[in-house]
Write a protein that binds this ligand. Structure first.
Ligand code: CTP
Ligand code: CA
Length: 222
């Protein structure tokens, strides 16, 4: 039902949303990235703003963006930049939705010059990035709500529940790249919402409508 008008049920609410990939530089011209386009997170930001929220969207490098009224876009590149922008905007937020595909690792050193090829295999040492979700979860006040995403290729529910607990989330949006038309690179998504007591499955639908399903679940616990 694309023409359903939503009430301004997020009026007066401040939301932090992360979206898109992160790029972890290897040298001045190369990086490690991932296939996230940011489309789901941008859809969430636009839907929340349409429902009256003030949104801070921390957006990794992608060709997509938004100029929707009520959405302030913070463009970042690396996980550490996304971490800094997210931590800065968390204290005044009523809720955060972490839709970004954050790189778990980054190259230990960024080479100052373009790496030249040689005969030997190239070894790159990777170090852990900060876990933004886990940190926001640690600093979560009783009146704040935290929503994560999980993209799993196997043992989806079990992994999602583990992340829900470990990161102190209120619920987690599980999507599987195995489902046709879902997750990365698609305009549609098929999700399950997993909280501490139940699992709620949804049909495959456009990401704008998926966004409103997620926001319905969030507004009910704000
Ligand atoms: N997340 C985050 N910061 C990170 C890694 C993940 O904020 N450094 C967030 C994601 O935005 C998502 C949730 O944590 O909302 C789960 O991300 P996921 O990659 O599935 O979980 P990980 O804990 O990184 O576990 P793994 O990749 O090993 O499955
Ligand atoms: Ca990860």
């Amino acid at each position: 039902q694309p023409h359903t008008a939503y009430p301004k049920d997020f009026k007066g609410r401040k939301l932090l949303i992360t979206a898109g990939p992160t790029f972890e530089d290897l040298d001045p011209v190369r990086y490690l990235g991932n296939r996230s386009t940011g489309r789901m997170g941008i859809a969430l930001a636009e839907a929340a703003a349409a429902r009256g929220a003030t949104v801070h969207l921390v957006l990794g490098p992608t060709s997509l963006t938004t100029d929707a009224a009520g959405v302030t876009v913070h463009n970042v590149r690396s996980a550490r930049e996304m971490h800094a922008a997210s931590v800065a905007n968390w204290p005044k937020a009523d809720a955060a939705i972490l839709a970004a595909a954050v790189a778990d690792y980054r190259p230990k050193k960024i080479a100052g010059q373009k790496i030249k090829k040689g005969e030997k295999p190239l070894k790159v040492e990777l170090v852990r990035n900060p876990d933004i979700a886990a940190e926001l979860g640690e600093d979560k006040k009783t009146n704040q709500r935290l929503v994560g995403f999980a993209l799993e290729t196997e043992n989806g529910l079990e992994n999602a529940r583990r992340k829900l607990e470990r990161k102190n989330l209120d619920f987690i949006v599980l999507n599987s790249p195995n489902d046709k038309g879902a997750a990365f690179g698609h305009t549609t998504n098929k999700i399950q919402l997993v909280d501490h007591n139940k699992v709620t499955p949804f049909e495959l639908k456009p990401k704008a409508e998926v966004a409103n399903d997620i926001l319905d679940a969030l507004v009910s616990i704000l």
